[in-house]
Ligand binder design. Sequence first.
Ligand SMILES: [Zn+2]
Length: 470
Amino acid sequence: MTTLLIKNAHIVTMDDHQREIPEGGLFIRRGLIQEIGPMSELPETADEVFDLKGHIVLPGLVNTHHHFYQTLTRAVPAAQDANLFNWLTTLYPIWARIKPEDIFTSAQTALAELALSGCTTASDHLYLFPNGSRLDDEIAAAQEIGLRLQASRGSMSLGASQGGLPPDSVVDSEDSILKDSQRLIEEYHDARTGAMVQIVLAPCSPFTVTGDLMKQSAKLAREYGVHLHTHLAETEDEEQFCLQKFGHRPVGYMQELDWVGDDVWFAHAVWVNAEEIKVFAKHNCGVAHCPTSNMRLASGIAPVKEYRAAGVNVGLGVDGSASNDGSHLLAEVRNAMLVSRVKEGITGFSASPSPTLSGRRAGDEVRKLMTAREALYLGTGGGAAVLGRKDIGSLEAGKCADFFAINLNRLEYAGAQHDPVAAVVFCQPVRVDYTVVDGKFVVREGQLVTVDEGKLIEKHNRASKRLLAG
Ligand SMILES: [Zn+2]
């Protein structure tokens, strides 16, 4: 099949003009969108024709932060009610038992969940490699499922004996980390338009690696033109750690290490001040906003409105599945919209000497709330900008044929037919009906095309049981 025609759908382009086409279609050739518009302007036939009458079609969602392997350790009792540092120290010993086949299985589970939630490009941050595990194991899983992958070669080198947070058993030598990073870039990184796999270098966080490894990783990444990623300013604990150990707040520490630039994006970035937002804007650093994880671990609420006002690129991430505990990216779009409104409410309340029931003084001008379309932008174009990819994030001629479709005629959207875009964000997140990546179906009629879901669940649960049993 070289051409595919999608017809009669409600097309949401998310292009610069926010164009929506109520009775439109897409003409796709060899994985790229060749034409998009109302049906009257499109070719009448193709090698495969798909009538999506009654469906909304949106650009594939872009996930900017995840740890696939954590799908093996969701809702672990001792980590259910912990904040970040306690949560991590509870889980590290369990993760130390992970084997290479577990990396593959868990990546398939996470990617399958993502595909069923409309995601077409996923960034993953794998930062521990116990018992011979390799990043290659998750790349193989993504190639089999059919999603685009920004595979971040993570690392941890600062064990507890050196003043870091993780036990020494899950950290690696800096020499072997850098050698493996170079091997992965040379073997897998594809810089071309439409790339299915790109490599990213991603030391885990300020409290798990040395400053020297951060610097060496940045040097190596820039020699090859690959991007850099790390966790930053996730919690107040981390701020205290950085002030005590490095004499800097997290963002200042990144500046000292030359970890700023349009090739850098940070996960979370919750605990930042107004000056630090300007630093991100000046250097074009991106932010992976992970609202569900931030709520789950009581980390705080990232200042997304302030980032956007300053011109900082913001994308969305489901974060690891031990702190979400799911990989539903459309649900993340919804939570981004809702938690931004919580933040508005809190700010209004604290600023008000005589709050009304809505938390604002009578006569206050109405605060501008994040809209469904703005939240959707974070999950599409915003994410693409954070990852530095110009070939995804909107439906336009010349871009990758990555999209998802949802049948609007369902119980969850009953009563919301007047605004399909708002329906998919405001109403309960659903399983999507179609997900197409590179012009190929990964989800068809609500079912995964490239993996047997029942067998995967069985295999995954066996692996999870083994890890938790010790
Ligand atoms: Zn994370």
